[in-house]
Design a protein around this ligand. Structure first.
Ligand code: ADQ
Length: 489
């Protein structure tokens, strides 16, 4: 059986306490089931040329960490990855987009370094699975270094339609890099369609094959939808256990019988937190019977604190929560509890279980695992209600949620009232329908479907185009012919 190699920007070596994030949760769950190697940045920067990867093995999983060069890190991570690609892919160009050639060059250098440090660790039968927008060029760099194994790429965040993507000066290179993989995976059909719009823009409609794959430069690339899921049984057990913990008991005791509305998100402008706070204020204003009877707890650990847009959103949220509390609080009630902290996952699941309502209202999100985690955490006999943005990938699957546009302040306020007063029978019906799809698309289904698709590319492909060179996976760079850019940079 092939060994699975997962590659991501940042890796979570056990005990070092990595920041939480959906990608880390998903990759670790996959590797714990199959065994294999997780390769990525270990969190250290160095002044000179970074050395070889350091490998540490725990149980079935090996963790290989590389250092990054100090001078490149900021431009690669805070710059091109998180101030260019992140806002662009979330359709938030006006809010936070910035482009610089220097940052793009650093992004390319880091990808080259990662490829060079990964190659010595590879074995003959490996399947290589690259994760997320930080590492889009990695596949092409590995091919240039002679790697001939199947290489797949999964994008955890949304993929923008070509009309948004081509705001990026380097969009043609980005599409070319994606077509160097054997499998390219997205969270939803919408993302896949958007990718196909980019392929058609550069290579023409003929490059789009009916089964969703694309044919570029004589190569056949499987492009598909692989919605990420959660470990249902593990999370259910954690939620039950967490709900009985001292921490959760202290929370419920402090609520004094009030209903709990909860939000759990990394502090990120894509998560719709400002809009959510505004809607909660509107809810208290327009449904005054709830004043003093509902508590909204928003957990939002800080992330990407070196990026300006994140400093701004943090300060805006502090201001908004302070102002709402100032307007409505009484001597014995605080309307918003706003916590910038990480919690052990079991505690978090316990908090989700005791909440009556969850607000998952991103203005754009690849999937959003918290939406699925909230549903799984519920007591089936008395489940809470999920209010979900239709702009989250999860909305495609969780049709049993109350779906409201995150910018619709009045609609969100109404939904909060409807959720808090929803009859038990309707809550159970919605919960049951959502659990069915969450179970079907759980974390095991996600990595099994992806790795099977990747392994299948190691077999001879009967549907490959006739001009394909069967012995080589190496794509031809000359195949990029965008209509409105010069491909040579
Ligand atoms: P994220 O943007 O990080 O992930 P999300 O999918 O919600 O968003 O995952 C966050 C994870 O971190 C969840 O498992 C959550 O429980 C955990 N978490 C959040 N706050 C926490 C806290 N305070 N303490 C402990 N744990 C916390 C990216 C994409 C998403 C996509 C995922 C997975 O942006 O759209 O769903 O990857 O592909």
């Amino acid at each position: 059986m092939s060994r699975l190699i997962c590659v991501s920007n940042r890796i979570s070596v056990p005990k070092r306490g990595a920041a939480p994030g959906g990608l880390a949760v998903g990759v670790l769950a996959a590797l714990k089931q199959t065994g294999g190697l997780w390769f990525g940045w270990g969190g250290e920067t160095v002044a000179g040329e970074p050395g070889e990867a350091q490998v540490l093995t725990r149980d079935k999983v090996s963790y290989a960490t590389v250092d990054l060069q100090e001078d490149d890190f900021d431009a690669y991570y805070n710059g091109y990855a998180n101030s260019t690609l992140w806002p662009l892919f979330h359709y938030l160009v006006a809010r936070a987009f910035h482009y610089s050639d220097e940052q793009y060059d650093a992004y390319q250098r880091v990808n080259r370094l990662m490829a060079e440090r990964l190659v010595p660790l590879l074995e003959e039968d490996d399947l290589i699975w690259v994760h997320d927008y930080h590492l889009i060029p990695l596949g092409q760099r590995l091919r240039e270094l002679g790697v001939d194994r199947p290489i797949g790429f999964f994008l955890h965040i949304p993929f923008p339609h070509i009309e948004m993507l081509r705001v990026l000066p380097t969009y043609a290179e980005l599409l070319q890099e994606l077509t160097c993989y054997d499998v390219v995976g997205f969270q939803t059909e919408d993302d896949l369609r958007a990718f196909r719009s980019g392929v058609a823009h550069i290579w023409g409609e003929d490059a789009l094959l009916p089964d969703g794959s694309v044919a570029v430069g004589g190569r056949h690339i499987r492009a598909g939808v692989f919605p990420i899921g959660v470990d249902v049984d593990g999370l259910q057990a954690a939620a039950e256990h967490g709900a009985a913990s001292e921490a959760v008991k202290r929370l419920t005791h402090s609520l004094q019988g009030r209903k709990l509305v909860i939000g759990v998100d990394r502090l990120d402008y894509s998560k719709g937190l400002i809009e959510r706070f505004t809607a909660y204020r509107r809810f208290l204003e327009t449904h005054p019977g709830n004043v003093g009877h509902v508590t909204f707890m928003q957990i939002a650990p800080l992330s990407r604190g070196d990026v300006n847009a994140y400093v701004e959103i943090r300060s805006a949220l502090e201001q908004a929560s302070g102002s709402i509390n100032g307007q409505f609080a009484t001597a014995d009630w605080t309307p918003i509890r706003y916590l910038n902290r990480n919690f052990p996952h079991a505690a978090l699941m316990g908090y989700l279980r005791v909440a009556q309502v969850a607000l998952v209202t991103p203005v754009r999100d690849g999937m959003n695992l918290v939406a699925k985690e909230f549903v799984v955490a519920q007591d089936p006999a008395d489940p809470g209600v999920l209010i979900l943005s239709p702009l989250a990938g999860a909305a495609r699957e969780l049709t049993g949620a109350l779906q409201v546009n995150p910018y619709d302040t009045r609609g969100l306020a109404h939904a909060m009232q409807a959720a808090l007063t929803m009859p038990l029978q309707e809550r159970r019906r919605r919960y049951t329908s959502m659990m069915q799809v969450i179970r079907r698309n759980d974390i095991t289904a996600w990595h099994r479907r992806f790795t099977e698709a990747l392994a299948a590319t190691a077999e001879p492909d009967p549907s490959a185009t006739t001009d394909a060179a069967p012995a080589s996976r190496t794509p031809s760079r000359a195949s990029v012919r965008p209509s409105d850019v010069t491909p040579i940079r």
